[in-house]
Design a protein around this ligand. Structure first.
Ligand code: NAD
Length: 482
């Protein structure tokens, strides 16, 4: 069935408009390059400046809107998204390449995020203190002002909902710059917020890539920048934001699963394969390394390879497909390049790592490498694709050292029946997230989430409920004498 392409627009000062210079980019279905999802504004720095100006002017009205009303708007936006969940699921599969089941999880989670932050709008409180003169000293939490939100493509509804939700709950204006890989889903989120009653001055949408992103980060009228994406881009944004404005970066990972000698190996293999090949390996918390105790290494490898070879790769809309395409041509090129690098470095490619299925899509067979040593690039660098690197360890100490031998510190898992060693691992792991007998990917909505080391600025944890709100509010201390 041919579906008509969308014509996407920017939202600036409440108007849906093309890029001022008329430039546009195409987004195509990664499972079928002949399917044009739509064309979207290829925004310039001038478009971004216009969006910032509009929100700088319009945000005051939203800041003065009572919290009950802000909460009601987020609830109504959540209702709208929930009503359209099936439609959004199909669009998400078509635009990003998730499987239908993966997309359905995201489209059900996003409204829940907005509801969670609607609740947070009602829980913003200050403190009062005893005063020397019998007067009053209190703190007043205020919105930060204009928030710039720059997001990746791998959760195009969910991640923006965890930025726009708390930012708007706290009364900020937002300029939203989504990934050019998933512009349609970004527009859908913005449409839902407007339909929920958000005043148009409180939110702008600027489509495009690095140009509007860099312009947004550099503009001094933007009081806080929240970014999720790669560590390389995060570094550039951090430099542009400078010391006197707020910056929150959640970045890449190189997440290991340690399997100890007492583990149930069938269970361990299922946990690893889910974490490694779910979302075609394109999750920041996806499993990219296995650190296996040498006593179980070979038996575990056999099981993981068996499960990897059983993964059905194809268009996510087709029944029975467990792994969709890579999201973009640059993703395909990067994954194939790392498969070549791994082989050149002397690791052994046991299975996968080649293109598979329909040539019109970016499909790659799940890959497993063995004989990977910590100095190899495939052991240290984020690949962000369905490539798993097996390493060996003789003890928990050695496994912990190997796990830590990258610049990243996002997520790490362990599979064992030994609670003592599991908790020791949890205590010593230099990551923001630890999973015991669970895949590295997948988090609860209400639990703090963020990385350490080069994975994060560690500026309040993303998706962190109350501490998340701290990024989007600023306290004023007020002294009153009788
Ligand atoms: P990316 O860094 O290439 O792009 C992220 C966003 O930044 C996009 O909107 C992009 O257009 C914009 N951008 C690009 N160059 C820019 C610049 N110079 N200045 C400002 N903005 C710029 O990342 P991606 O490919 O979209 O996403 C994949 C990456 O995101 C992976 O590294 C993954 O680990 C990471 N990620 C991290 C988390 C987390 O919570 N830690 C979650 C999801 C994804």
């Amino acid at each position: 069935m041919t579906r008509p392409p969308h014509t996407g627009l920017n939202l600036i000062a409440g108007e849906w408009v093309p890029a001022a210079g008329g430039a546009a980019f195409e987004r195509r279905n990664p499972a079928d390059r002949d399917d044009l999802v739509g064309t979207f504004p290829d925004s310039s720095a001038a478009d971004t400046a216009a969006a910032i100006e509009a929100v700088a002017e319009g945000a005051a009205e939203w800041a003065d809107t009572p919290p009950q009303r802000r909460a009601a708007v987020l609830e109504a936006a959540a209702d709208r998204l929930a009503e359209r969940a099936d439609e959004l699921t199909a669009e998400l599969v078509r635009e990003e390449g998730k499987t239908r089941a993966e997309a359905a999880i995201e489209t059900s989670r996003t409204p829940q995020n907005l509801r969670y932050y609607a609740g947070e709008a009602l829980r913003i409180t200050g403190q009062s203190f005893p005063a020397d003169d019998g007067g009053l000293v209190y703190t007043r939490p205020e919105p930060v002002g204009v928030v710039g939100a720059i997001t990746p493509w791998n959760f195009p509804l969910n991640i923006p909902s965890r930025k726009l939700g708390p930012a708007l709950a706290a009364g900020n204006g937002v300029v939203f710059k989504p990934s050019p890989v998933t512009p349609l889903l970004a527009q859908r989120l913005v449409e839902a917020l407007l339909a929920g009653g958000l005043p148009p001055g409180a939110l702008a949408l600027v489509q495009g890539g690095a140009v509007p992103g860099a312009a947004l980060a550099a503009d001094p009228r933007v009081d806080a920048v929240t970014f999720t994406g790669s560590t390389a881009v995060g570094r550039a944004i951090h430099a542009a934001v400078g010391p006197s404005r707020r910056c929150q970066l959640e970045m890449g990972g190189k997440n290991p699963v340690i399997v100890l000698d007492d583990a149930d190996l069938d269970r361990a293999a299922r946990i690893i394969v889910k974490g490694a090949y779910g979302l075609a390996g394109q999750a920041c918390t996806g499993t990219s390394r296995v650190i296996a105790h040498e006593a179980v290494h070979d038996a575990l490898l056999e099981r993981v390879v068996g499960l990897a070879e059983a993964v059905t790769v194809g268009d996510g809309l087709r029944d029975g497909v467990a792994m969709g395409p890579l999201a973009a041509d640059f993703q395909l090129a990067k994954v194939l390049e790392y498969v070549r690098i791994g082989q050149d470095e002397g690791a052994k490619l046991v299975t996968g790592g080649t293109r598979t299925g329909d040539e019109a899509g970016f499909f790659v067979a799940p890959a497993v490498f063995t004989g990977v040593t910590p100095d190899m690039r495939i052991a240290r660098e984020e690949i962000f694709g369905p490539v798993l690197a097996f390493q060996r360890a003789a003890s928990l100490d050695e496994a912990l050292a190997l796990a830590d031998a990258t610049d990243y510190g996002l997520a790490a898992g362990i599979v064992t029946r030994d609670l003592d060693r599991a908790l020791e691992f949890a205590r010593r792991s230099r990551t923001g997230l630890v999973k015991v007998n669970q895949p590295t990917s997948g988090m609860a909505m209400t639990v703090p989430f963020g990385g350490r080391k080069e994975s994060s600025t560690q500026t309040f944890k993303e998706q962190a409920g109350p501490s998340m709100m701290l990024f989007y509010t600023q306290e004023k201390s007020i002294y009153v004498s009788p």
